[in-house]
Design a protein. Structure first.
Lengths: 141, 303
């Protein structure tokens, strides 16, 4: 009798601990993403002048990990270490919806920004560097 | 001394001749991407000046030396810690002005950095060249000053005789840097330090050479090191023999950088933080348990 009670307690604690452990891996996916972006026409019409520049691959990866990774995550899923403290949910860069957007749209979203997405024009002043990051984001699908 | 100067000149000239051969005339040759992640490298300056309109806040902290080991948790509990808080602003491209306050000697400093040349991607300019200068005011009570005025008799200087000028010290430096590869950037620098007032047994002037660099091993993390050597030059010394000649400052650590921060943690010898203090007064020796843990943290805002 005593032994089975003890065993029950062990099972119970194992289940509890596993539950707590698994909770640590849940993502705050229930956050609402912002409303649809209003992109000015001149940005919409933008074309990526460095779309096929393979020499920028490394630059894009380095700059992404310096400026974007902390919120958007290493693979662009919106699960970086700072994501939890944001109020707005992030779209995954791997999603088809995101990748279907034009280069100019992604450019506006990335460097002009709005609300919690900061402006990066001063942080990344060189246009070539900005397109290098977009090239890298295109590889995240 | 001549040997060192010659070495620096040869080093720079050598670089230029090597890279002049690869020179290509392209329409527009842009500066290399981030030769360093921050304007600070441990307790030295890099040739990097942030984009104009940037305000930088810097916290530099050094604990006491690790000489007592575990007893005072490798210097963390020990006295002799030093801290500097600074603000820098970039009003025009490649020119930075700053102000700071340091605990040791209650220094208040004004400083400026001008990056005259930036290394370019196509090697039309193979190196970056910066000038850095700092003026500091020793803000301690008069009674804490040593004697050192040039007077006829070697009597002590009375507290009442200490003028504002006596509190001033100057540091000027020329920095030459090159980003060799994506992961390796190195700098060499020469500096001149002057204190308006020092004790009898010290020199007013000191020339030093500096070598430092970073070795990047991941997109955001680098190994960083720094070596400052105050030179023994008889020609500018006021002493017959060297007593308590300042020791070299050796430091090495790790830098982690993000979009708006650079975080550097290191072990280094000098207890001073402002450069003239390190060149003139450092007596800690890295060969004799003189290392202390320190940190440099910067935060950037753009306007």
């Amino acid at each position: 009798m005593k032994k089975s009670k003890f065993r029950f307690l062990i099972y119970l604690s194992i289940i509890l601990f596993t539950g707590i452990l698994l909770m640590a891996f849940t993502l705050p996916q229930d956050k609402k993403t912002g409303p649809a972006w209003e992109i000015p026409a001149n940005y919409k019409a933008m074309k990526n002048p460095h779309a096929d520049d393979a020499s920028l691959t490394k630059v894009g990866r380095m700059l992404y990990s310096k400026h974007c990774k902390s919120c958007h995550g290493a693979k662009g899923l919106g699960d970086g270490p700072k994501a939890a403290s944001l109020e707005t949910g992030m779209h995954s860069f791997a999603s088809a919806d995101f990748q279907a957007q034009g280069d100019g749209v992604v450019y506006y979203q990335s460097y002009i920004g709005r609300d919690e997405m900061p402006n990066f024009e001063k942080k990344i002043p060189d246009d070539e560097d900005r397109w290098a990051i977009i090239n890298y984001m295109r590889t995240l699908k | 001394m001549k040997k060192y100067v010659l070495f620096i000149i040869l080093f720079v000239l050598g670089l230029q001749t090597v890279f002049a051969q690869e020179e290509e005339t392209k329409e527009k040759d842009k500066p290399v991407r981030s030769p360093f992640e921050s304007g600070y490298l441990i307790d030295n300056q890099t040739t990097l000046v942030p984009v104009e309109g940037t305000l930088e806040y810097v916290i530099q902290h050094k604990f006491g030396t690790m000489s007592n080991g575990m007893t005072d948790l490798y210097g963390i509990y020990s006295p002799g810690a030093n801290i500097r808080l600074g603000l820098n602003y970039v009003p025009i491209k490649n020119v930075q002005v700053g102000i700071g306050a340091t605990k040791k000697n209650k220094y208040t400093d004004l400083n400026a950095k001008w990056t005259i040349l930036e290394q370019t991607r196509e090697n039309t300019i193979p190196i970056a060249v910066s000038l850095y200068g700092m003026v500091a005011v020793d803000g301690r009570n008069e009674s804490l000053f040593g004697s050192g005025k040039i007077v006829d008799t070697k009597g002590p200087t009375l507290p009442t005789q200490i003028a504002f000028n006596d509190r001033l010290s100057y540091f000027s430096q020329i920095i030459i840097g090159r980003k060799f590869t994506d992961w390796l950037s190195l700098q060499a620098a020469a500096s001149f330090t002057h204190y308006n007032m020092v004790g009898w047994e010290y020199d007013h002037d000191k020339i030093a050479v500096h070598f430092n660099g970073r070795i990047k091993f991941s997109p955001q993390t680098s190994f960083i090191f720094n070596y400052d050597i105050p030179l023994k030059i008889k020609d500018i010394s006021e002493q017959w023999e060297w007593t308590d000649h300042p020791k070299p400052n050796l430091a090495f650590g790790v830098e982690i950088s993000t979009s708006t921060h650079a975080f550097q943690i290191y072990a280094g010898t000098a207890d001073g933080i402002i450069p003239q203090d390190m060149v003139m007064w450092n007596l800690n020796d890295w060969k004799d348990k003189g290392l202390a843990i320190g940190m440099t943290i910067t935060r950037l805002w753009n306007f």
